[in-house]
Design a protein around this ligand. Structure first.
Ligand SMILES: *[C@@H]1O[C@H](CO)[C@@H](O)[C@H](O)[C@H]1NC(C)=O
Length: 199
């Protein structure tokens, strides 16, 4: 191969790589954070007292009545010092979280990458209570207050989503959270929605 031809090849490779990168960028779906309205008034707050949040990308067409809920992971805190430390991080405060989330995998809106759920309503529930949406207490010692209000956060998010169409859901899919404390399960048949939490 002569030098000129080699350069042509190299240029072609660069062009293709750039185009592929641009296509990848175009498909990246960023979804903004929704702070749950009125949640704080019911005591549904993150470890640091900030309001709970989710990210919702609306469904359409045949998926308009489908709902996919995905829970953010992140382990637990175990006592006042560890929960106090967590309250000052993105794991314990929506103030410190990214306000835009990349929706990929089962949250993607690309039918080629996510054939089952691409046009459903897809929700990412942010995790900020340190106890897998299960606790309902608070810690005060005079100098600091830490909220462990996972159950209230769960109720506040589900209540808000019910008003946004979850109440009319015909198909619901949720990650099963299974800890040694709680299992959450949601399913529906023809508009009947069951939301359960049991020990
Ligand atoms: C209150 O608890 C926090 C978190 O464990 C701790 O950092 C702080 O020192 C405690 N304050 C008092 C007065 O005990």
């Amino acid at each position: 191969m002569d030098r000129r031809r080699l350069w042509t090849w190299a240029a072609a490779v660069v062009v293709i790589a750039t185009a592929a990168a641009a296509a990848g960028q175009e498909k990246r779906l960023l979804v903004g954070m929704t702070l749950v309205p009125g949640a704080a008034s019911t005591g549904a707050v993150c470890l640091d007292g900030s309001p709970p949040a989710y990210h919702l990308h609306r469904g359409s067409g045949s998926g308009a009545r489908g709902w996919l809920l995905q829970f953010e992971g992140g382990g637990w805190c175990n006592d006042a010092p560890s929960c106090a430390a967590r309250a000052g991080t993105r794991r314990g405060s929506t103030r410190l979280m990214s306000k835009l989330e990349v929706f990929s995998g089962v949250l993607s809106n690309d039918p080629a990458r996510n054939p089952d759920f691409y046009n459903w309503n897809r929700v990412k529930l942010r995790y900020c209570d340190g106890g897998s949406f299960a606790g309902d207490s608070e810690f005060r010692n005079g100098s600091s207050v830490i909220y462990m209000r996972g159950q209230r956060i769960w109720d506040a998010i589900i209540s808000d989503l019910l008003t946004k169409g979850l109440a009319k859901a015909e198909k619901v899919s949720a990650d099963l959270i299974s800890t040694n404390l709680y299992t959450f399960c949601m399913f529906s048949t023809n508009g009947m929605l069951l939301v359960s939490a049991w020990v």
